[in-house]
Design a protein around this ligand. Sequence first.
Ligand code: MRU
Length: 351
Amino acid sequence: MVKFMTTIPAQLNESKDKLVILDQTLLPEEEKFLELTTPEEIWEAIKKLRVRGAPAIGVAAAYGLYVASLAINTDSAETFRSEVQNIKDYLASSRPTAVNLFWALDRMMARLESETGTVAELKAVLLDESEAIFTEDQEMGRAIGEFGLSLLKPGMGLLTHCNAGGLATSGYGTALAPMYLGHEKDYNFKVYADETRPLLQGSRLTAYELHKAGIDVTVICDNMAAMVMKEGKIDAVLVGCDRIAANGDTANKIGTSGVAILAKEYGIPMYILGPTSTIDMETPTGAEIEIELRDSDEIGMGFGKRTAPEAVKTYNPAFDVTDAKYIDAIITEKGILRAPYTESIRKAMED
Ligand code: MRU
């Protein structure tokens, strides 16, 4: 189904008893797959960004909950449910911002609560639900890609930030999906990938997967975005999202908000691309989104040595919030949402 991506970030092994993830911390140098079974291994893989990107985190957590449940040794359905709940709470503590993590885990628990049967049957229910989450994730990328492509023209220069591609989902990705579909139709986009400090998801991952697919991609440092916009190289900005509040404010990788403000100044459309599972109706505005603060060494260390004096303080928020007023459209698998977002989002979520 997916023509270009050969690497799926989180999937089950053939015997369906292990979670297989591609360790993204080793890219672009090494493609290494890890087989995980315990809650601790799965938690660590999400926390350390071995598997990352909002939809892929959701899929990894869903499969992870199922795989970890296989080791629960009881004949009591009640005991089984309560132990699954403990694993779910533990996995949910791995990262706070991407709502897909909670969405996928809540969906798994809701399905478990709605079914009766033996422990073996309940394990099969968890398998079924996690596979449904995986399959839907694959399908949504294609739909987002089609809607996104309808806003683009052949030959355009596109800027993206972080990685919202196949490595962040189970298929075409979100922000990169229109690029893949356009490539199939010879659109010849020129993609600029912000390197995305501090963990370089743009240069390590986005450039890696676009280049592998044969798409024209140029890596720039984050502080070059204004320059390439001013030079007229960018016709549209396409980024993913980790949580969209009910009013359209959107959390995405740190640096996205600055790119959006620049795009407004230079009259370039700013598009957010993501599945409706990334919309959190429980979060009224961006102000209520919890932003993950990560280890200071991600800033103070680089290239195997110190990049800031050891004693110096650092501040390392992993995400920022782009105010809805800077967003020209939110492109979901259900369609293209426009301002006023409170209304268009509510309508999309009701459909
Ligand atoms: O910290 P990461 O690498 O998980 O951050 C990922 C992003 O910010 C992506 O842009 C977002 O999750 C969208 S993925 C389709």
